[in-house]
Design a protein around this ligand. Structure first.
Ligand SMILES: Cc1cc2nc3c(=O)[nH]c(=O)nc-3n(C[C@H](O)[C@H](O)[C@H](O)COP(=O)(O)O)c2cc1C
Length: 163
């Protein structure tokens, strides 16, 4: 069975909650990136989660940890990203953090899976949007909390099919 590890950064708990739900759906391990060892980055599928703070920036723990990805060789590995944001209050930087993480994973050689259609959201701009799709899964617990369980469950199915 493929090993799946979820590493997340979460300030007020929204991304952490999503990471735990995802871990249960995928029979994966989930842990805060601030507590991750080198070995924790070694998985068949590495899933990174971050909320977006400031004005389109990584969550604090990821801002500190992002440099750790620079030494990884992820050639031939699959990876995916998810995160929470606010598509109304921050419509032009919506979930930017997952775009930043996705770029880093791609730079290190990983193949990204788990893209979703951008048309399902009401934002105006995002670093995480490419050609009409998000590079991973955006969640919006501020404006659409009811959709989060359904989005996570559909995304878990998508990842499983892409493994
Ligand atoms: C000061 C502040 C700045 C924020 N900046 C952004 C942003 O630029 N883009 C975005 O999508 N969401 C932004 N958000 C929304 C958070 O990402 C959202 O509340 C998220 O669910 C927090 O997740 P966490 O509890 O896992 O840290 C911001 C929220 C606050 C309070």
């Amino acid at each position: 069975m493929a090993s799946i590890t979820i590493l997340y950064g979460s300030t007020t708990g929204a991304t952490e909650q999503a990471a735990q739900t995802l871990a249960a759906l995928l029979e994966a391990r989930a842990l805060p990136v601030a507590e991750a060892t080198e070995a924790d980055f070694d998985a068949d599928l590495l899933i990174l989660g971050s909320s977006t703070w400031g004005y389109g920036e990584l969550q604090d723990d990821w801002a500190e940890a992002i440099g750790r990805l620079d030494t990884l060789d992820l050639t031939g590995r699959k990876a995916a990203v998810f995160g929470t944001g606010d598509q109304c209050g921050f419509a032009d930087t919506f979930v930017n953090a997952i775009g930043i993480l996705a770029d880093k994973l791609t730079e290190r050689g990983a193949t990204l899976i788990g893209q979703v259609p951008a048309a399902d959201y009401r934002h105006s701009e995002s670093l995480a949007e490419r050609d009409g799709r998000f590079v991973g899964l955006p969640l919006d617990d501020t404006n659409e909390p009811d959709m989060t369980p359904e989005r996570l469950s559909a995304w878990a199915d998508l990842l499983r099919r892409s493994l």
